[in-house]
Design a protein around this ligand. Structure first.
Ligand code: SAH
Length: 420
């Protein structure tokens, strides 16, 4: 059963920024007193958390109160973790930095069924808090937040998994199947086949990979394919597939790079996906599977453009309820979901291949990076139609719009999970 219900757009007006509103300056004494009671409360809760859950009464409400308090705290600064331990030792010393902390993690050992129920509620509210943070802060702040409190990542993924499991289809599986089908159906770089480098190697970047399930599945598929590909018998049997005659290569060379905010396993490289450690034009497929989270997500798209080789493809899946047309509550025809998003990505230089709106929960997009010859053709066409200036003006308009308000506030709504 899913713990949460996706409802999109229900974000309250006051944004939950890590920085929070700059409130009235507290006196030193007040600050010390607040810190002491925070410490006391923390110690008390840690002592009691295993046994006292049902006695706490409205745990969820308490959690929300904490979250509210956190919303009002000041800017997260780099090095804040170090600062925090220093501060505890020298309570008198004045410091401006306050760390935004999530509510305390909870142990679920030795709990009665009622306590377990309360726990599920509480971890639900923790998940929603982390989720809302990641959608309403910039990617740099997100990287800092997870660096300071890595356990937030685990808790986030616990909730995320439970959410996605309740969907009819997991978009990661859809992408893995695309890779499998196209890899076996056609040669690399042939129409309908996977895009590869000139040596036929397919290089995938999974941006915001979570637990890097995609890399695991693709690696296993490649291993299996290559070991079976060498046996002629299997290749023949495989030809039975009539819809996709398998003219794909016998041996596949597919490498997957997986990036996220925490190194949850060996497949993952820690990076802010607006700036990944890969060479220009070194990838042939870039994937964002439910990963356009920071308020500056068009920076991720620009990064995808940088690392993609010409004719390389950009695959995106995003929750349906995030799409809107210029932030107005217009009703969008199901087949038009994501059209403003597509137009914006075109202004970032991508060509649109297709939008798949068949899935109930998410919309899937395919774009490609045009090679120089197609770009020149397009430019000539725009000039012939005297639309080149118009196109350039649209690009400038996008930039000025972004400088006024980050795209996370108008192009894609944060995906907010509501309590059922
Ligand atoms: N793609 C995975 C995980 C989706 S959840 C899947 O579909 O299962 C979104 C992921 O994006 C989270 O793991 C989050 O940590 C990651 N993420 C969000 N902003 C990021 C950023 N700026 N850099 C790297 N990863 C980011």
């Amino acid at each position: 059963m899913a713990l949460f219900q996706v409802s999109g757009w229900d974000l309250k007006q006051e944004k939950i920024a890590v920085g929070g509103p700059a409130g009235k300056k507290k006196s030193n004494r007040e600050k010390r007193r607040a810190k002491k009671s925070e410490r006391d409360a923390h110690e008390k809760e840690t002592e009691q958390e295993d046994v006292n859950v049902d006695e706490k009464g409205e745990v969820e409400q308490e959690e929300e109160t904490k979250i509210q308090a956190l919303k009002e705290s000041k800017t997260v600064k780099k090095e804040a973790t170090k600062e925090k331990s220093k501060k505890r030792k020298q309570a008198e010393v004045e410091q401006e930095t306050t760390v935004v902390e999530a509510p305390l993690p909870i142990s679920t050992q030795k709990l009665t069924p009622l306590q377990q129920k309360m726990m599920a509620k509480l971890s639900g509210s923790r998940f929603r808090w982390i989720n809302e943070q990641l959608y309403t802060i910039s990617s740099e702040e997100a990287l800092d937040l997870i660096k300071q409190q890595p356990s937030l990542f685990d808790e986030y993924h616990q909730g995320f998994r439970s959410q996605v499991q309740s969907w009819p289809e997991n978009p990661v599986d859809v992408f893995v199947n695309q890779i499998k089908t196209r890899a076996t159906a056609r040669p690399i770089n042939a129409p309908g086949g996977l895009p590869g480098l000139s040596n036929k190697k397919v290089v995938v970047a999974d941006m915001g990979c979570g637990e890097a399930q995609l890399a695991l599945d693709v690696n296993n598929f490649v291993k299996q394919h290559n070991s079976q590909g060498s046996k002629k018998k299997f290749a023949k049997n495989n030809n039975n597939n009539k819809r996709f005659p398998t003219t794909g290569p016998k041996t596949l060379d597919i490498e997957v790079h997986s990036f996220d905010l925490k190194k949850q396993n060996d497949r993952i490289t820690v990076a802010d996906i607006k700036n990944v450690p890969l060479e220009d034009e070194s990838c042939t497929i870039v994937i964002f599977c439910l990963a356009l989270m920071g308020t500056n997500f068009l920076d991720f798209i620009e990064e995808a453009y940088r690392i993609l080789a010409p004719r390389g493809e950009l695959w995106i899946a995003e929750i349906k309820s995030r799409f809107t047309e210029s932030g107005e509550k217009k009703i969008i025809k199901p087949e038009d979901v994501g059209s403003e998003f597509v137009e914006t990505l075109k202004l970032c230089g991508f060509f649109h291949k297709k939008t798949d709106n068949d899935n109930k929960m998410f919309t899937r997009f395919e774009f490609f990076k045009p090679p120089p010859d197609i770009l020149a053709e397009r430019r000539a066409k725009l000039e012939r139609k005297k639309k080149f200036v118009e196109h350039e003006t649209d690009k400038e308009e996008l930039e000025s719009k972004r400088s006024e308000k980050p795209e996370g506030e108008w192009l894609l709504k944060p995906c907010i999970y509501k309590r059922r």
